[in-house]
Design a protein around this ligand. Structure first.
Ligand code: TRH
Length: 387
């Protein structure tokens, strides 16, 4: 029998958008850089990867980035010796040939299913559970990211909050950043809002409310799903990266997709961040700035349960009036309802929301991060050899 090689294999199938690769890349890089683990990240869509990491060569079957071996997950997968740890991320399925290769090893690799993030209470009960394969002598373990104790936590690199604080306290660094992305420095009284959202019928009302606001609002929009609707609101066919369009007090700045670390800087720099999915949402929380989240739409409104569960945690220590406002606006945004009427109060409450967002980020900093939890979990399994 062969032995598994000492590396870890992480599999990522890009279902749509950038969250699948965003999450798995972030995890792979941290495991390699902070834990010295040899990580092979298998990705089936290098074009999507390149959008968030422009260094990626879409034609390379094998390449290295920041200490991680990136492999193109082709069908069939080239024959390979599986790693000591195998992570199937975000509901992807391992190729049959690879599972056969796992069966041929002794001891068998540790097989984990890294699930989607949720604030729901049931997550703590499922985290870490084994799921023996009904047909094969293999066991898969559930690893659940989350906010509550007894979950896997959130991926957070070492030094992230120090880097954020340094940036947020350094006007020269902020000025360099604005120039880098083609914007002038921020003027006093002006608001800068980043927008990374899915299509939404709430969007035109929000744009109108920004145009009618009491202060100048710069809306910074990386290329993506919201732009066709914004173009239509300006009676345009399309908006290209680098264009600036104005109406009333609103100025829309269309940006290219930024490299993932630079997107973090955008979140740190803005007064308010509109985010979506999973990874941009977590990074907006770490940015310690007020935010508005659009959950990825799921069947039977499951995303609304996720939304409510998060709001229960996030709003628990808020002033009641602010909590009502945040809840009402997040619900309206996620149910694609009119949000314009709430917008003036939402903007007026940004200073108070900012204090709350910082306290929330500090609370999250008290959690053990996901990679550390994962390494502990694996080490425990390796010690007890319950696999
Ligand atoms: O792109 P998302 O909507 O991703 C998803 C997918 O829909 C996926 O199927 C689903 O599983 C998941 O959400 C929950 O949103 P998310 O999760 O925020 O991922 C976006 C990634 O793109 C994140 O890593 C940040 C990155 N990004 C950049 O690197 N540069 C940018 O300019 C922007 C706007 C985002």
């Amino acid at each position: 029998m062969l032995k598994p090689s000492g590396h870890w294999d992480i599999f990522c199938s890009v279902i749509d958008n950038y969250g699948d690769i965003g999450v798995t890349w972030r995890l792979s890089r941290q495991l390699a850089n902070e834990f010295g683990i040899a990580v092979r990240l298998w990705v089936d869509d290098l074009q999507a990867f390149r959008k968030i990491r422009p260094e990626i060569d879409c034609h390379a079957t094998r390449q290295e980035l920041n200490g991680v071996e990136v492999r193109h997950w082709t069908n069939p997968l080239p024959s390979t010796i599986p790693g000591e740890v195998v992570i199937e991320a975000l509901a992807c399925n391992l190729p049959d040939g690879y599972i056969q290769a796992m069966l041929a090893l002794s001891p068998k690799p540790i097989w984990l299913n890294l699930e989607y993030l949720s604030a729901e209470k049931w997550v703590s009960g499922v985290h870490g559970l084994p799921s023996p394969n009904p047909r094969l002598p293999l066991t898969k373990y559930f690893f659940m990211p989350g906010y509550l104790p007894d979950t896997g936590g959130l991926t957070r690199e070492q030094g992230l909050f120090q880097a954020r604080d340094q940036f947020q306290q350094d006007p020269a660094a902020q000025s360099l950043f604005w120039n880098r992305i083609g914007l002038p420095n921020k003027k006093p009284g002006q608001l800068r809002i980043s927008l990374f959202s899915y299509e939404s019928t709430s969007l035109p009302g929000m744009l109108t409310a920004c145009a009618d606001a009491d202060c100048v609002i710069d809306l910074l929009v990386p290329q993506g799903k919201a732009l066709p609707q914004i173009a239509a609101w300006f009676s345009r066919q399309a908006i290209s990266a680098g264009e600036h369009l104005e109406r009333g007090n609103l100025c829309v700045h269309s940006l290219p997709m930024l490299p993932q670390d630079e997107y973090d800087t955008l979140l740190w720099a803005c007064d308010f961040n509109i985010v979506r999915g999973e990874d941009s949402f977590v990074r907006a929380q770490f940015a310690a700035r007020p935010m508005l989240w659009q959950a990825y739409i799921q069947d039977e409104g499951a995303h609304l349960d996720k939304l409510e569960a998060f709001l229960d945690l996030y709003c628990a220590d808020m002033q009641p009036a602010m909590a009502d406002l945040v809840r009402a606006s997040w619900l309206a945004w996620n149910q694609q309802e009119e949000i314009g009427a709430l917008w003036p109060s939402l903007l007026a409450s940004l200073p108070d929301q900012a204090a709350h967002a910082r306290a929330w980020a500090t609370h999250l900093a008290g959690q053990t991060d996901l990679s550390s939890n994962l390494v502990k979990f694996i080490n425990k399994l390796l010690e007890s050899r319950v696999f």
